[in-house]
Every structure is written in structure tokens, then in C-alpha cells.
Design a protein around this ligand. Structure first.
Ligand SMILES: C[S@@+](CC[C@H](N)C(=O)[O-])C[C@H]1O[C@@H](n2cnc3c(N)ncnc32)[C@H](O)[C@@H]1O
Length: 184
């Protein structure tokens, strides 16, 4: 049985670097046990700001889900697609999963921010790869077998249909996944 948890943003530090806001999320059980703190850098005040550079509300919900199911994801290989700031994937990695973070290969600043997030959370071994949906790239081909795929707010764009092509590729080659009920 999973216990209820609380999440709060307990720190917004704009002093270190005015281009970033650092938000710290606290995941904990209501009885105060098993506390996990994850800090993420949100990029602000740059030209050409991309929407993957700040945490979307669904990422918080998905991170909460990952936290509540953390015993099941331990030692699993987890791929986050369209990770942006990568809050769910970072929580999964902190909870013992082998995580691969990914976002569009065409948005290097977003990938850079995802790597920054790994550094901030002392996760130097987490790979961040450029995976553009719809492209069967060398990076996609060289993924290890994946147990769990995470994605939050990835249907923001109408052309997000290409997202399914990644799932098709991975499920066809690496795992079996029934996502039909989510397609419409
Ligand atoms: C609305 S943001 C959500 C970011 C993050 N998952 C969150 O919930 O905070 C959508 C994310 O999908 C990524 N994305 C959009 N189109 C993509 C594509 N064709 N290939 C890979 N990533 C893409 C964006 O770069 C962005 O990080």
C-alpha cells in the first residue's frame, strides 16, 4: 500500500544565477518518513526560451506517482521522453532506477539544462540523450532494453503523434506495451 505524500516547493533561489530559478521539491510520506528532496533548475530570462526549460504541472504529478511506486521501479531501466527539466526521471533515478533522460535533439539548450539538473542532484551517471520523436536515430537504435517509459505533458503540440513512433519502435523491438487506450 502506498502512503499519501506531500510535495512542496520549499526554495526558490534567484541569487545564485539570475538566468535560473532553482526549485526544490520535497517528497515525503505524511508521517515524515522517507523524505526525498530534488532540486531542479528552471531557465528564465533567455532569448528563445523553450517550453522544456521549466517544470510543467504534469511533471509534478508524474514525479509524485514515481515516488509512490518507487519500490516497483528500483533497478528497472526507465526512459523519460520529452523530459524537459526532468523532474520525474530525476526522482526515479534517486529512487534506484537506471534512468535515461531524453528530449529533442534539436533543442540542445534543453538537453544542457537536463544535464544541469542531473549535476544538481548528484547524478553524474544519468545519460541525457537527444531523441527527436519520429526519427529512428542512432541514439534511439542504441538504447538498451527499456522497462518503463515516462512522459509528462508530451501531447502539448498537435503534431505529438510522432511521439507514438518512438513507442512503436521501442515496444516492437524492446518491450511489449499496450497504449491503445491512451491514443485518442
Ligand atoms: C510541455 S513540455 C513538457 C516538459 C516536461 N516533460 C515537463 O512535464 O515538465 C514538452 C516537452 O517535449 C519536448 N518535445 C516536443 N516535441 C518533441 C519532439 N518532436 N521530440 C522530442 N521531444 C520533444 C519539448 O522539448 C519539451 O521538453
Amino acid at each position: 500500500m502506498s502512503l499519501p505524500i506531500k510535495i512542496r516547493i520549499c526554495n526558490v533561489d534567484e541569487s545564485a544565477n539570475p538566468r535560473f530559478i532553482q526549485k526544490t521539491f520535497t517528497f515525503e510520506n505524511h508521517d515524515g518518513t522517507h523524505v526525498l528532496m530534488v532540486s531542479v533548475p528552471e531557465v528564465v530570462k533567455i532569448l528563445g526560451l523553450q517550453y522544456g526549460m521549466y517544470v510543467w504541472p504534469c511533471a509534478v504529478v508524474l514525479a509524485q506517482y514515481v515516488w509512490t511506486t518507487r519500490e516497483k521501479i528500483q533497478r528497472k531501466t526507465v526512459l523519460e521522453l520529452g523530459a524537459g527539466v526532468s523532474l520525474p526521471g530525476i526522482v526515479a533515478a534517486k529512487c534506484g532506477a537506471h534512468v535515461i533522460l531524453s528530449d529533442s535533439a534539436e533543442i540542445p539548450l534543453c538537453l544542457e539544462n537536463s544535464r544541469r539538473c542531473c549535476e544538481l542532484n548528484d547524478l553524474p551517471g544519468v545519460p541525457v540523450v537527444g531523441l527527436t520523436w519520429g526519427e529512428i536515430s542512432p541514439e534511439l537504435r542504441s538504447l538498451p532494453p527499456v522497462d518503463i517509459i515516462l512522459g509528462s505533458d508530451v501531447f502539448y503540440e498537435p503534431e505529438a503523434k510522432s511521439f507514438w513512433s518512438v513507442l512503436d519502435y521501442i515496444s516492437g523491438k524492446k518491450l511489449r506495451l499496450d497504449y491503445r487506450n491512451f491514443a485518442e
